[in-house]
Design a protein. Structure first.
Length: 247
């Protein structure tokens, strides 16, 4: 099976559509969404509706912290930029979309795979994977062999052999990485809608379960149009500016 994994779409329609088109050309069998469908971008209703339609065709989706905040209107743990975006997003979503976000699970187990938005050790605390120590915390908490998450907007991989500390591995774009069976793996996706690794191209992953390998992908999209819509919506200007630099 070929699985396309997307994290942190953040209501960026242009980036999302470009990634979906790229995935279609790769002939994927299933899609998995790792949370934060909304927040920051100008098309939250479009993205939630598209994900909901994909789920009707068998896609999987977990809850992200921005999804939860947009559904409930609770923004106390967010910075000023995120809070402003969520307050706007909450109003831009209709009751059906907010209700859909509230139904999303924190985690999904799919055979030997665990899908979660943030750190698997305590998903609702929304902890970030930033180094080998936080990766070990996540890997030890997961019973599954491979864990997939997002949240930090920077592509990373960690692998851990029995009785050994985890090792960091920097994935290269379009270069398949084997998920060696004797190890546990943590695959941290970059962001579709707001990358923060100095590369403005949208990020997603392709998992091939038969070959037991994952390929980190980057997809160009119309950043000018996405940024213009953020500005037109009256969202913080920083959210448009950072799309061009991937920071």
């Amino acid at each position: 099976m070929r699985i396309a994994l997307f994290a942190d779409i953040h209501a960026n329609r242009e980036a999302f559509d470009a990634c979906l088109s790229h995935a279609a050309r790769m002939r994927v069998d299933r899609m998995v969404f790792l949370g934060d469908l909304v927040g920051y971008g100008a098309d939250p209703l479009y993205v939630t509706d598209r994900v909901r339609r994909e789920m009707e065709r068998g896609a999987l989706c977990v809850l992200g912290n921005h999804d939860e905040a947009a559904a409930t209107g609770e923004t106390s743990n967010m910075n000023d930029y995120a809070r402003a975006a969520i307050e706007w997003t909450h109003g831009a979503l209709d009751p059906g979309a907010r209700g859909f976000l509230r139904t999303l699970p924190m985690t999904i187990v799919d055979n030997e795979r665990l899908y979660v938005h943030a750190d698997a050790s305590s998903p609702r605390q929304w902890l970030y994977i930033t180094d080998a120590l936080s990766a070990e915390r996540c890997l030890e908490a997961a019973a599954q062999r491979v864990t997939f998450c997002g949240h930090i907007h920077r592509p990373q991989m960690y692998h851990m052999a029995p009785n050994r500390p985890p090792q960091f591995f920097a994935p290269k774009t379009a270069a398949p990485a084997p998920l060696i069976a004797r190890r546990k793996w943590l695959c941290v996706l970059g962001a579709v809608g707001q990358p923060r690794d100095d590369n403005p191209a949208a990020a997603w992953c392709l998992l091939d379960t038969e070959l037991n390998e994952i390929t980190y992908q980057r997809t160009g999209y119309d950043i000018d149009h996405a940024a213009a819509k953020i500005r037109a919506a009256g969202l913080p200007q920083l959210l448009a500016a950072r799309l061009f630099i991937g920071r």
